[in-house]
Design a protein around this ligand. Structure first.
Ligand SMILES: Cc1ncc(COP(=O)(O)O)c(C=O)c1O
Length: 357
């Protein structure tokens, strides 16, 4: 027996880090309101807990995607304004939740709601195409819905100096003028995390911060954010292998010399991408050690050399980086993806989630 607490696969979310990031971002927003974007279960961090932390540190709005996400926030007793921006046309969104509206069809299905009219300024996803915008704002002005704001979303705000940001800003200004001409007096919101950090001229009445709130900076170097999420497991078994032995499915790694392998019970079913196979390290006993062979559904194998590693030793897969462990950004860079995909992937039934702070 051992006195270690074995961790199979656990995500720790540091709510102090969320508060720290929210407070910094809010101060930087300089008078604009701040919406904490907590869709996708708070980017894998837990929507309700993140919402409460962010609302206590400057955020006044919450951003959700679906009716279900908005309902979960209300069910938890959170009464802050919520904007739910993308759901199925027949979704039953609670009546005290604001809706994003991108088309006449969507508008006509609504009555007595508070809405945010979305103009497509260049992302070509949802949002009303500029040629249809005058009809939409006129119809909204004549409807019994309250037009709270107009809004849009930027395509390339994380690339400072990218000319498309200015083009989108110009189209947004044009859309605002058309809305005013139709008799509306809406607020405006456009900036995501990246634009909040690097385009203060685009803060308008509210910024919508997602990834930066979680401490992952889309414009590195702009602000000292603290990553809130850590993924941990523990060593459940060790074995010595001889030179020439191959490791894991397919034998994709061969030991060049005798070495000790540590078995760690976490795999792609827990959100560790298989694409990281033979390409990442974990932190064991304060030292970064390479993972060998393929990431399996439930396990990885770590090369500990001649080190004597005790069963039960903690394994940090990624975290803030402050203890030398890899970060979500490192995983994202290795995989050619973005931080968002890594952290939202940490929302699996088998993962335990624990809060600190
Ligand atoms: C409409 C909208 N606004 C804001 C955000 C937040 O973006 P970010 O995580 O880059 O801050 C998102 C996230 O994708 C979004 O869809």
């Amino acid at each position: 027996m051992t006195d270690h607490r074995f961790i199979r696969a656990e995500v720790t979310v540091d709510l102090d880090a969320i508060r720290h990031n929210a407070a910094l971002l809010f101060a930087h927003a300089e008078g604009a309101e701040m919406m904490a974007v907590v869709k996708a279960d708070g980017y894998g961090h837990g929507a309700v807990e993140v919402a409460r932390a962010a609302l206590g540190a400057g955020a006044t709005w919450l951003g959700a995607c679906s009716a279900e996400e908005a309902r979960a926030l209300r069910k938890a007793g959170i009464d802050a304004p919520i904007l739910a921006w993308l759901d199925l046309p027949d979704a039953d969104v609670p009546s005290d939740v604001d809706l994003g509206v991108s088309s006449l069809e969507q508008l006509r299905a609504l009555s007595g709601r508070r809405i945010h009219l979305k103009i497509d300024t260049g992302l070509a996803r949802n949002g009303c195409p500029p040629r249809l915008w005058p009809d939409l704002v006129r119809a909204a002005a004549a409807s019994d819905n309250e037009v709270y704001a107009i809004w849009s979303h930027l395509a390339c705000a994380d690339e400072p100096g990218q000319p498309s940001v200015d083009r989108q800003a110009q189209r947004f200004a044009d859309a605002f003028r058309v809305a005013r001409d139709a008799g509306l007096d809406p607020k405006r919101h456009l900036a995501n995390s990246a634009a909040t950090l690097n385009r203060p001229d685009l803060h308008f009445d509210m910024v919508r911060v997602g990834i930066a709130l979680y401490g992952l900076n889309p414009v590195p170097g702009t602000m000292a954010l603290r990553p809130a999420m850590t993924l941990r497991s523990s060593v459940v078994m060790t074995r010595r292998i001889a030179a020439g032995e191959r490791v894991s499915y397919g034998g994709s790694w061969t030991a060049e010399r005798p070495t000790t392998l540590a078995l760690v019970p976490v795999g792609y079913a827990d959100g560790v991408p298989r694409g990281l196979s033979n390409r990442f390290d974990v932190l064991i006993g304060g030292v970064r050690r390479p993972v060998r062979g393929l990431v399996c559904m439930d396990q990885i194998v770590v090369d500990c050399g001649d080190e004597d590693i005790a069963v039960g030793t903690e394994v940090v897969l990624f975290g803030s980086g402050s203890g030398g462990e890899p970060t979500a950004r490192e995983w994202a860079d290795t995989l050619g993806t973005i931080d968002q995909e890594i952290v939202t992937g940490m929302s699996r039934p088998r993962l335990q989630r624990r809060y600190t702070g």
